[in-house]
Design a protein around this ligand. Structure first.
Ligand code: AMP
Length: 361
């Protein structure tokens, strides 16, 4: 089977690395000249709106998916008229606009923190008064990894933030002094079967995920059950096929849904070594119409640390017992995710091991 993937980043590369052993082949569509997934399949390089290139891309595909949620809806619709696209356009649509996303969470019974939408500076000012300070303003579309966001602590910051965020429609949220952050990943097959991974604890810095630990420890077990119920509700509501992740804040012992990703997710990278079937394998299984695999832990707790900005010394990192290195083959740039390391099991004091501490610095 030949699987088409819109987007050729590291997520696409890891999908192919999981799918190739199953006998699947991959073709990626990405406007970039060099992309991490090109090492693992064919690369069609063109703009998202290039219909002729999309037509070429679709030729001979058995199914298609995406690894990048800002794919234009029209691109997905065009591809969907030629080949089954999994998940379908509804998931992409709900996830592309932060306001639709919040309303969708509420319609599925998830709790969210107070929010308002604002399309003008006046509405933005009113929203901050209604929500109270501090609050967080986020562009409704095209934000990721903390980009397109501003924390407003004083009224004097409203106008500068409005300009800095591009004078675009915003979602204004209450700032949540959360105790911790957690995420859950679920996968749904073509026949509607669902598997959920253990709840994962996440630490972000500057809006970028730094560390994920699975399973999330120190949380009330009822939260894991609630998270699994929530991800099932979303998967069923969207008649979804593939992997979906929900990110939560844990505040006053409750889960508040922050956002969902209609794709494989950074907080699930630990599943490559740490779960019986990785999120990447389960996603390609679902997209290819194959039975899903066991999503439980393979061998106890594990920790994933993102490699951001600078390429580390592989000699030193691989000297850490139980460490698995994933280098995405991307050029190093400040703030850019270029790899990750998974510790299975995390050795005592893993944070202080010099090679790991250098990643966390
Ligand atoms: P997001 O792009 O919405 O995932 O935000 C990235 C990160 O910024 C989150 O994982 C949090 O660490 C932080 N953040 C976002 N929204 C809020 C909020 N309303 N209150 C406190 N922290 C937030």
């Amino acid at each position: 089977m030949l699987i088409g993937v819109l987007g050729g980043g590291q997520l696409g590369r890891m999908l192919a690395l999981a799918g190739i052993p199953l006998g699947l082949r991959f073709r990626f569509f990405d406007p970039a000249a060099e992309c991490p997934a090109a090492a693992t399949g064919e690369h069609v390089r063109a703009d998202w709106e290039d219909r002729a290139a999309l037509e070429t891309f679709a030729q001979g595909l058995d199914a298609a998916t995406f690894e990048f949620e800002n794919v234009p809806a029209s691109t997905l619709a065009f591809l969907g008229s030629r080949v089954p696209v999994r998940p379908g356009p509804l998931a992409l649509e709900k996830g592309q606009d932060r306001l639709d996303e919040k309303r969708f969470f509420e319609s599925c019974g998830l709790s969210v923190h107070p929010y308002r939408s604002a399309s003008t500076l006046d509405e933005f000012e009113r929203a901050t008064r209604e929500i109270g300070l501090p609050c967080v303003a986020k562009t409704r579309r095209m934000g990721y990894d903390g980009k397109g966001q501003a924390v407003i602590r004083h009224a004097s910051e409203i106008t500068p933030a409005w300009h800095a965020l591009g004078e675009r429609p915003l979602l204004v949220e209450q700032f949540i002094p959360f105790e911790s952050e957690a995420s859950i990943i679920g996968v749904r097959g073509v026949g509607g079967e669902i598997r959920t991974y253990p709840l994962t604890a996440n630490v972000h810095r500057g809006g970028i995920l730094r560390v994920s630990s699975a399973p999330a420890t120190g949380l009330d077990p009822s939260l894991e059950r609630a998270a699994a119920t929530h991800v099932r509700a979303l998967l069923d509501a969207l008649d979804y096929v593939g992997v979906l992740a929900i990110e939560f804040f844990v505040a006053q012992g409750r889960l508040l849904a922050n956002e969902f990703a209609p794709r494989v997710h950074n907080s699930g990278h630990w599943t490559i070594e740490g779960a019986c079937t990785s999120q990447f394998e389960n996603h390609v299984r679902a997209v290819a119409g194959l039975p899903l695999g066991d999503a439980s832990l393979r061998a106890g707790p594990c920790v994933m640390v993102n490699i951001i900005g600078e390429r580390p010394d592989a000699q030193a990192l691989l000297g850490v017992p139980g460490l698995h290195l994933h280098d995405y083959g991307k050029a190093a740039r400040p703030g850019r995710k270029i790899g990750h390391a998974t510790l299975l099991p995390p050795p005592a004091g893993w944070e202080r091991h010099p090679a790991v501490a250098a990643l966390l610095a």
